[in-house]
Design a protein around this ligand. Structure first.
Ligand SMILES: NC(=O)c1ccc[n+]([C@@H]2O[C@H](COP(=O)([O-])OP(=O)(O)OC[C@H]3O[C@@H](n4cnc5c(N)ncnc54)[C@H](O)[C@@H]3O)[C@@H](O)[C@H]2O)c1
Length: 318
């Protein structure tokens, strides 16, 4: 088999990150790109890759060379574009969150099952060494019986400096509940099991178009273990994103996406180094394996839908 031919729809801040990963990978080639902004397509072509450019996503999907379509447009366009990709019988990698409503996500998972194509989502956390080490340590019993999960997402300002775009601060598609929470819901459901009994209280500003400025929520694992969510933005504090698993023997924490710590009664909080550790798997490797029909670790649309179902409950919409 030659290289896996990639078509990319949506060339924003996040699309650009994956462009670099596809270029760096010896077994993938970006053959087509699409964005409604012609300027952005020109910029990407000049900076990264000489690929065929399309202004309409349907033309990219029907380019016979394209084997895997990566969808990195804003959330409310995921559903329509993903349906077109799957109807064309093409494999798809979609950005998180899967969709912009519960119904769209359910429809996407159902259509994926009918289409029989490979579906995957870009949830980067499970592919990182600290998260893989978190799972190993947890499974080794290091924290004893789990008593509570605590998830904090505090932002000095929202949106963050690196992600400025027209939708990220708006209630319709943006906000950190929709943007950040799905990563950690996926993480929690992968490592601890299904989340249920969602109760949330969201603090919205007066302008009905603007996204939340705070959230307090209580969720549960299926055995009743509580999960607390504490989100706050526009505060006099550095960004602080932390997931802590409190157990009877110790506490494991994932801090600011990439630092793993452990503490117990006998041990002050200590960073567990993963510096010498290579990621056990990388998303692009796994996509290549799946395209060859080999077993691969991918987060499919069904799992994306299960994340969305909890997300929409948190937002009071499902
Ligand atoms: N996986 C992650 O870690 C991660 C992190 C942040 C955001 N995201 C997700 O990635 C997606 C993209 O986010 P972003 O910050 O890059 O957004 P962005 O607004 O910067 O980029 C989106 C791009 O899509 C283009 N676009 C919009 N509609 C289109 C259409 N119909 N056809 C073709 N192009 C179209 C826009 O012109 C823009 O260039 C979102 O779903 C977001 O939630 C993922």
């Amino acid at each position: 088999m030659g290289k896996l031919n990639i078509g990319i729809i949506g060339l924003g801040a996040v699309g650009e990150r994956l462009i670099k990963q596809f270029i760096a990978h010896p077994e993938t080639e970006i053959v087509a790109i699409c964005d409604v902004s012609v300027n952005r397509m020109n910029e990407i072509r000049e900076t990264y890759v000489e690929a065929t450019s399309y202004e309409d996503h349907r033309d990219l999907i029907h380019d016979d060379r394209v084997e895997l379509v990566y969808v990195a447009v804003p959330p409310k366009f995921h559903h329509g574009i993903a349906l077109d990709v799957m109807a064309a019988g093409k494999n798809i990698l979609c950005e998180k969150p899967l969709a912009n409503t519960y119904e769209e996500a359910k429809d996407m998972a159902e259509k994926a099952a009918e289409a029989g194509v490979m579906t995957a989502m870009n949830f980067p956390l499970p592919y990182t060494p600290p998260v893989q080490l978190f799972e190993e340590k947890l499974n080794s019993g290091i924290i004893g019986k789990l008593r509570r999960i605590d998830f904090k997402m505090h932002f000095t300002t929202w949106p963050r400096a690196w992600q400025q775009n027209p939708w990220i601060a708006k209630r319709e598609q943006g906000g950190y509940i929709r943007e950040v929470m799905p990563h950690y819901l996926q993480f929690i459901q992968q490592i601890f099991g299904k989340v249920t009994n969602v109760n949330s209280f969201i603090d919205y500003p007066d302008n009905e178009e603007d996204c939340e400025i705070g959230i307090i929520a209580r969720l549960e694992l299926e055995d009743g273990t509580p999960i607390l969510v504490n989100g706050l933005s526009n505060i006099a504090k550095q960004e602080d994103v932390a997931l802590r698993a409190y157990g009877e023997k110790g506490v494991l924490s994932l801090l600011n996406w990439g630092t793993l710590t452990f503490s117990s009664l006998d041990q002050e909080e200590e960073v567990l180094s993963h510096r010498d550790r290579e990621a056990k798997m990388l998303l692009v490797d796994e996509l290549v394996k799946a395209a060859k029909g080999e077993p691969a670790h991918l987060i499919d649309f069904q799992e994306g839908y299960e994340v969305q179902a909890v997300l929409e409950k948190l937002l009071g919409k499902n």
